[in-house]
Design a protein around this ligand. Sequence first.
Ligand code: ATP
Length: 215
Amino acid sequence: MTAPIGLLGGTFDPIHVGHLRTAIQAKEQLGLSEVRLLPNHIPPHRATPDSAPRHRLAMTRLAAAATPGLTVDERELKRTTPSYTIDTLIELRTELGTRPLCFIMGMDSLCGLDKWHRWHELLDHAHLVVSHRPGWKPELNDTLAGLYQHHGIQDREALHRTPAGHIFLLDNPELEVSSTQIRDCVRRGNNPQYLLPDAVANYIRQQGLYSGSVV
Ligand code: ATP
């Protein structure tokens, strides 16, 4: 079976080292052929100021261009309506046949997984690979603990043997970085350097993102 493909979804507003180190660690630890960064539509309930999809896409492209092994999957932003992860995974499963797919997420996302649309179907189409994140202990509610008990594995090779169905916790250093923190930093007129790639920091400055007005 060919090496698994990784997929890391996010709003990436902006993309930062927490996302990028997670992608690199997953690729290297699990022997993934590539990690596709998947910028999402921002759900309507999210607070402003959020940057426009074209800016989030541009920043994601800049980050991927600077990082070997990372690519950008633009499908969710190209749709005119917000899409659910399950729809994207079903679409990718059709494209990939039986090739393993690892959907990568932070521990905060795993802790809220049972609120996702058709969450119980996600593992039919992909493995879930979870990175540790400061402030988020693997304390799952009963439903998710049951899911982990059933699907959790420690053998990374198992992710290569089946197309989907396992949950794997990455062994990654926790990086205390969030997009919220970077937006706040820029809004206060401070320097976000080293929290994100230089090319992305330059783009934010050139485009005047997060400086108070909604772009
Ligand atoms: P915001 O602060 O705007 O909520 P965020 O920093 O959480 O954004 P997202 O784009 O919402 O970033 O996250 C995309 C994915 O990356 C999620 O699965 C999230 O858990 C994960 N992630 C984000 N930051 C980190 C980090 N520092 N370490 C590990 N995973 C992270």
